[in-house]
Design a protein around this ligand. Structure first.
Ligand SMILES: CC(=O)N[C@H]1[C@@H](OP(=O)(O)OP(=O)(O)OC[C@H]2O[C@@H](n3ccc(=O)[nH]c3=O)[C@H](O)[C@@H]2O)O[C@H](CO)[C@@H](O)[C@@H]1O
Ligand SMILES: C=C(OP(=O)(O)O)C(=O)O
Length: 442
């Protein structure tokens, strides 16, 4: 668990890692590439470790001996079965479906489980791959997919809450090696999807329209090894920016792409936070008084759903009434009940959470339910009077590398202790270790 003594304002510089949500689908896409794939800025996260194990279970060689890098060679990867034991640990395992199908013409991938952030179907992944000619069925908890020859097609990925990020990645990889032209309509526009597309282009794919809802792909015969640097993690950056704001601190974020964070910085500016940027840095400086705000998470370029919980924790500290809505995962409010334990005033009203902020939060023992809920509890604890214990932080280790080290360097008081209520806890991942036990959030 993390034990946090609240009250310190975050001050100083922090360097942001490469993005989890780009690293995972790119590592999966390496299954469809011949030769060495050299990745830089790979974050040292439990999820990356799980993806490493998944690729190895399929026969790929993965060398992570150099920090923040991965060299993947899938030339001898003959496996096509992504086993439940690995897939259940991490939702993003579904990203191997498209690459396996493209590579072997068949794939058997365990269904990723129901997750704590709400309903997470994969119907759009299946619909997209079926449009390319795959035959797909669900049997005994596995997606079973076969395709003698994938063929380019028109694919519409619009769902009830926008497009699908990992679904777009799956279809993009499969289409890159399909015969003929594919047009993906309602493609996800998230920067991580663009990064996956750029990785594929470096490997020889022909893709245009990245970052727009219409992505066109001309299939090629093969993809070949290449080097790619993972883009900076906008969610980690936003988490630190929100934490600095909540503690009335002042920080400089290094290795960021400010244009990926416009919705977040606009929301902070509307609360009266001072935000300034250079090409790869952001400065956040917080006045004494902040204004409440209404926050609605939406697909890119909207406020990311992966920052909604952190915003809710911040708004609980700001005097006045704020409304938080999640237009991507409408039920992603598990953090609210734990924030209540710290003295926050939050009510669910229809599809939104109404936050009446301003009462000082107090330290408490709380339980993290998912990755960003954990981050929200950390932010709340940093602002609270007294000590908080945050349990089940294996969620946090899925998505934040060295969080307590980074926070302490900014002046926070955070320590990691063993949690007797957490029998299956994982250690923070280590480059050379292949044996970390992990827990699923799914
Ligand atoms: C590894 C990774 O990149 N994870 C991110 C990815 O998850 P992930 O790719 O799983 O999320 P999606 O973009 O697929 O989901 C977006 C919305 O579409 C719905 N949907 C999705 C797929 C489908 O087949 N049918 C369907 O209806 C979902 O229920 C949700 O309402 O994008 C989410 C939304 O930005 C982020 O919270 C996750 O951090
Ligand atoms: C929900 C998240 O990740 P995943 O899709 O891997 O569960 C997240 O990063 O907040």
């Amino acid at each position: 668990m993390l034990v946090i003594q609240g009250g310190a304002a975050l001050q100083g510089d922090v360097t942001v890692e490469g993005a989890k949500n780009a690293a995972l689908p790119i590592m999966a896409a390496a299954l469809a590439v011949r030769g060495d794939v050299r990745l830089g800025c790979v974050p040292d996260l439990v999820d990356v470790h799980t993806m490493t194990q998944l690729l190895q279970s399929l026969g790929a060689e993965v060398d992570r001996s150099t920090p923040n890098s991965a060299v993947i060679n899938a030339d001898n990867a003959q496996g096509h079965v992504a086993d439940y034991e690995l897939v259940r640990r991490m939702r993003a395992s579904i990203c191997v479906l498209g690459p396996l199908l493209a590579r072997h013409g068949r794939a058997r991938v365990s269904l990723p489980g129901g997750c704590n952030i709400g309903h997470r179907p994969i119907d759009l992944h299946l619909k997209g791959l079926a449009a390319l000619g795959a035959d797909l069925r669900i049997e005994a908890g596995y997606v079973i997919a076969t395709a003698a020859q994938l063929r380019g097609a028109e694919v519409d990925l619009s769902g009830p809450h926008g497009s699908t990020v990992t679904g777009t990645c799956n279809v993009m990889v499969a289409a890159a090696l399909a015969k003929g032209q594919t047009v993906i309509r309602s493609a996800a526009c998230e920067p991580e999807v663009v990064d996956v597309g750029r990785f594929l282009i470096n490997a020889g794919a022909k893709i245009s329209g990245l970052g727009t809802p219409v992505v066109e792909i001309e299939g090629v015969d093969s993809l070949t090894g290449s080097a790619h640097k993972i883009l900076p993690d906008r969610i980690e950056a936003a988490t630190f920016a929100i934490a600095a704001t909540a503690t009335h601190g002042s920080i400089r974020l290094k290795n960021v792409r400010p244009s990926d964070l416009t919705s977040v910085t606009n929301a902070l500016s509307a609360m009266d936070v001072e935000v300034s940027s250079t090409v790869d840095e952001l400065r956040i400086s917080t006045p004494r008084q902040l204004k409440p705000a209404n926050i609605t998470a939406r697909p890119f370029p909207g406020i990311p759903t992966d920052t909604q919980a952190q915003f809710m924790a911040l708004l609980a500290t700001i005097r006045g009434r704020s409304v938080v809505t999640d237009g991507v995962f409408p039920d992603r409010f598990m953090h609210a009940s734990e924030l209540l334990r710290m003295g926050a005033h939050i009510r669910r009203v229809g599809a939104s959470a109404v936050v009446t902020g301003g009462t000082r939060l107090s330290g408490a023992s709380v339980m993290a339910s998912d990755l960003r809920a954990s981050a929200a509890l950390v932010i709340a604890a940093l602002t609270a009077d007294g000590e908080s214990q945050i349990r089940r932080i294996y969620h946090l280790d899925r998505g934040y590398a060295g969080l307590e080290t980074k926070l302490n360097a900014l002046g926070a008081n955070v320590r990691r202790e063993s949690d007797r209520q957490q029998p299956s806890a994982v250690k923070a991942p280590h480059y050379s270790s292949q044996s970390a036990r992990q827990r699923t959030d799914s």
